[in-house]
Design a binder for this molecule. Structure first.
Ligand SMILES: [Zn+2]
Length: 228
């Protein structure tokens, strides 16, 4: 069954579909057009409508996402996330032995912005040290690591070797996160996407191709978070 909403309008001459929500399609009908005819139109294109709905960007709250997926990728491993609201407390504590991160938010303030600020701090500290940990084996040195709120990229590398990373890298699996870090570090050696670059990246991450593909899928889920 295709989720749809019916709207009749005097200004509509022919029936058509409109996508402005990931939840349902809107069927626009001329005043006198029968609902049955509209239903048939929807049924005939059901597969295509469902695919189109699936590809619509969903804005989701970061808090909701973290309650559903309570974990962050830190130091190459998943860490269980504990979220709490606590009087007077604001910040995070990482316990690497227990593979745990506790985040305390202030009650009374919108959690969304607090969470985003804190995750950016976690990223600054931990993605930064992950990069430094890789420098030796890659054989390059990054000229600083900046954490950013990019809309559609996981990271980038400047000609001077400065690396920018998306804080949302904390939300994807440690292996995929490492892949992005290695990709950006590899750019310090090869500042392009040439054959040589990919060959070099393949040495650093033998699953490079599969990881790049999965990143593309993850991007759809993760890039919509923290935009409210
Ligand atoms: Zn690249």
């Amino acid at each position: 069954m295709v989720p749809y909403k019916l709207e009749r309008s005097k200004r509509v001459r022919r029936m058509y579909l409109q996508f402005d929500s990931p939840e349902f399609v809107t069927l626009k009908l001329p005043m006198r057009h029968s609902e049955k005819g509209g239903m048939r139109f929807i049924q005939e294109h059901a597969d295509w409508i469902c695919e189109t709905l699936d590809s619509q960007p969903r804005v989701q709250s970061l808090q909701q996402y973290l309650v559903k997926h309570p974990r962050l990728a830190i130091a190459g491993r998943w860490h269980k996330l504990e979220l709490r609201f606590q009087q007077g407390a604001y910040g995070y504590v990482v316990d690497e032995e227990e593979r745990k991160i506790s985040i305390a938010l202030k009650p009374g303030l919108p959690p969304e912005q607090q969470l985003k600020d804190l995750l950016r701090s976690v990223a600054r500290e931990h993605l930064g040290s992950r990069i430094r940990g890789f420098e030796g084996s890659v054989g390059v040195k990054a000229h600083g690591v900046t954490i950013r709120d990019q809309k559609s990229r996981w990271g980038s590398c400047s000609e001077t070797g400065g690396i920018s990373l998306n804080w949302r890298l904390l939300l994807i699996s440690p292996k995929l996160q490492d892949h992005v870090l290695l990709h950006e570090l590899a750019h310090i050696r090869h500042f392009d996407h040439s054959r040589d670059f990919h060959a070099f990246l393949m040495v650093l991450d033998p699953n490079s191709k599969a990881h790049a593909k999965r990143l593309h899928e993850e991007a759809k889920k993760v890039f919509v978070l923290g935009r409210a």
